[in-house]
Design a protein around this ligand. Structure first.
Ligand SMILES: Nc1ncnc2c1ncn2[C@@H]1O[C@H](COP(=O)(O)OP(=O)(O)OP(=O)(O)O)[C@@H](O)[C@H]1O
Length: 601
């Protein structure tokens, strides 16, 4: 930290602990040392040695909060002074700590009104001011979208309950104050204990009913700002409902149109070939137009093959017992559903006679000899890892190439991140574990197959699948490397291992942002760098993670790992082994911090 910040922090400590400067020094807070290098008591810093947290709980501090000195530490994100005897007001200058997201001042002797500037702290996630002697109105925090805790119980606050986004709040308590007026709609989120002890509060979940509105004949009072907002909200809801209805009718219309087309196509096909029995499992794909295209026939109900049922070669069953006795004929006869078409070919979900469900990839346009393909598949089969999806069987003739995998019912990482908004929240701890497992499995595969020159070739979130136990596994290892239009460095054969590292970097970005990241060869590294430089990480990170209270520091650390992986120069990217080691250490820090939090709860 700079000399100016050190001096300011010492002033802050002297004001907290008046006449007791020696004590400050006892904590290591003195002008000849550095708060980060010399580890001042209660101070934590980031990797660049800037003060991030100050925690001075239960130290019997008796002074005042000197926010104008404190906020010289501009990156401060956590201030905790819980359980001291600090008095005076919470100063207006607290809003100079722009990065403050956790403020714990509970159980002190703070008094007076809260500064209105508190609502400027837009990153605030946890505001805890309970058990003080604070009075006046509560602050308007409606502009703070990431607020998780608002705890102000046991004070003397007056006025109404301010506007807050109750849907995202995890903790809320205004009990034992002098608040008045109606309680907003919090049913199902907070119970009466959050409101008790305010004689003039009314409405649910308290038992005292609010007085009826004035009689209809009386002139309508002007809408209060809060009511105006709720009226606008109501109109908005109506608008949205109408839009959704129109959209649903449109979809139904499309569905009926498509259903009749599908039936027509199926009956035409039956006419042509009455012998072929087609079972419809579940129709998922949209494109029926290709059926007439003899060269690239994509049937939705069974796997098409240019080789016919007997096959010009035979299916090679690899070491997994799941595929024992499987034949090419059986694969082609089984009911199949076209799940999707990717850059490497089409993928079918196929239900075999015994009930086993497999995924069959029909690979297209791969210039590889039968012998090389077979050697490659046999070699990959020798590399076993719990987070690598094994190939069960393969088929290769002059005309066709198929790969068979176990079908993973829980879908891919892509669908988990971009699935329905109601899907279970994908927590930070699980994301770190997933990243660590995938990096570990990929590092293992790279080590094992390095001499054979076989990298994954197309690592992306649709190729990270989730097993029945939600364990992540890498699928389609060793298929032909996929070209990315603009980024020539990615396609170079020599760099295929480093392109996997690049692909992994994109996966890390998706885990952090919760959004799809376009891997189209654009300069992702410069973009990420600008996000970090301009301190827009809070906006970049998935809101679910911010709301969950995921560690800022570890999220930024993971973002830095992604940045290294995304270097436009393959030689500058780390090996996946190095990446796996760094992510493991982030995972360990996460586990340690969870253990610590459990201990102090
Ligand atoms: N074994 C499997 N079990 C369940 N779903 C799978 C399996 N393999 C692939 N999928 C899913 O099927 C869909 C289509 O897969 P496919 O591999 O054809 O396309 P892709 O991954 O988008 O592209 P690419 O061909 O470049 O790999 C993807 O959503 C993928 O996640």
């Amino acid at each position: 930290e700079s000399e100016q910040v050190i001096q300011a922090l010492i002033r802050f400590m002297e004001n907290l602990s008046p006449g007791n400067a020696g004590r400050g020094q006892g904590f290591g807070w003195n002008s000849t040392s550095d708060p980060c290098v010399d580890k001042w008591h209660g101070v934590s810093c980031d990797s660049k040695l800037f003060v991030k947290k100050i925690v001075l709980d239960r130290l019997n501090l008796t002074g005042i909060l000197d926010a104008s000195s404190l906020c010289n530490a501009t990156l401060l994100s956590v201030l905790s002074l819980t359980g001291n005897n600090i008095s005076g007001v919470i100063p207006e200058e607290i809003s100079n700590c722009l990065h403050l997201n956790h403020l714990y001042l509970e159980t002190n002797r703070f008094s007076g009104h809260l500064p209105s500037s508190l609502s400027k702290l837009s990153k605030m996630a946890r505001l805890v001011l309970s058990d003080n002697s604070l009075s006046g109105p509560l602050p308007d925090m409606s502009g703070v979208t990431v607020l998780l805790s608002f705890l102000v119980q046991n004070n003397q606050f007056s006025g109404g309950i301010p506007e807050l986004d109750f849907s995202t709040l995890q903790q809320f308590n205004v009990s034992n104050n002098n608040l008045s007026g109606p309680i907003p709609d919090v049913i199902g989120r907070f119970n009466s204990s959050s409101f008790l002890g305010n004689l003039e509060l009314c409405g649910k979940p308290l038992s005292n009913v609010c007085p009826p509105p004035p009689p209809a004949s009386a002139p309508a009072p002007a809408l209060a700002p809060g009511k105006k907002k709720s009226k606008i909200k109501f109109l908005l809801y109506i608008g949205i409902v109408v839009l959704v209805l129109v959209f649903a009718i449109f979809l139904a219309f499309l569905f009926i149109l498509r259903f009749s087309k599908t039936n027509k196509a199926a009956s035409e096909k039956n006419d042509e070939d009455a012998k072929e029995e087609v079972e419809v499992d579940e129709v998922n794909n949209k494109d029926t137009g290709n059926l007439s295209d003899a060269d690239d026939e994509e049937n939705e109900f069974s796997i098409p093959s240019k080789d016919g049922e007997t096959g010009a070669s035979s299916l090679v069953v690899l070491s997994s017992p799941l595929a024992e006795g499987m034949t090419f004929k059986e694969l082609l006869r089984a009911p199949a559903e076209l799940v999707g078409r990717g850059s490497n070919g089409s993928l079918y979900k196929v239900k075999l006679v015994g009930g086993v469900i497999v995924a069959v990839k029909r690979v297209k346009n791969w210039e590889i000899s039968k012998e090389d393909f077979s050697k490659r598949m046999q070699r990959i089969d020798q590399v076993k890892h719990p987070n690598l999806l094994p190939t069960l069987a393969y088929y290769c003739s002059d005309q066709e190439m198929f790969l068979v995998y176990e079908f993973q019912q829980n879908g891919s990482l892509f669908s988990l991140l971009h699935g329905s908004p109601n899907s279970q929240r994908f927590k930070w701890g699980s994301r770190v574990n997933l990243a660590a497992k995938i990096a570990g499995a990929l590092a293992f595969a790279h080590r094992s197959l390095h001499n054979d020159g076989i990298a994954h070739g197309n690592l992306k979130s649709t190729n990270i699948l989730l097993s029945n136990d939600m364990e992540p596994c890498i699928s389609e290892y060793g298929l032909r490397a996929v070209e990315h239009p603009k980024n020539q460095s990615i396609i170079s054969q020599n760099n295929s291992f480093k392109s996997d590292v690049y692909g992994f970097g994109v996966i890390l970005l998706e885990l952090l942002a919760g959004n799809e990241v376009q891997n189209d060869g654009s300069d992702l590294a410069s973009w990420v760098q600008s996000v970090i430089r301009e301190e827009q990480t809070v906006e970049f990170f998935d809101r679910d993670l911010v709301l969950e209270g995921a560690s800022d520091e570890r999220m930024v650390n993971l973002l830095h790992v992604a940045l290294k992986c995304l270097s436009p120069f393959p030689d500058s990217r780390p090996s996946i082994d190095e990446v796996a080691t760094i992510i493991r250490s982030i995972q360990e820090q996460e586990e340690r911090s969870r253990g610590f939090q459990r201990m102090i709860k």
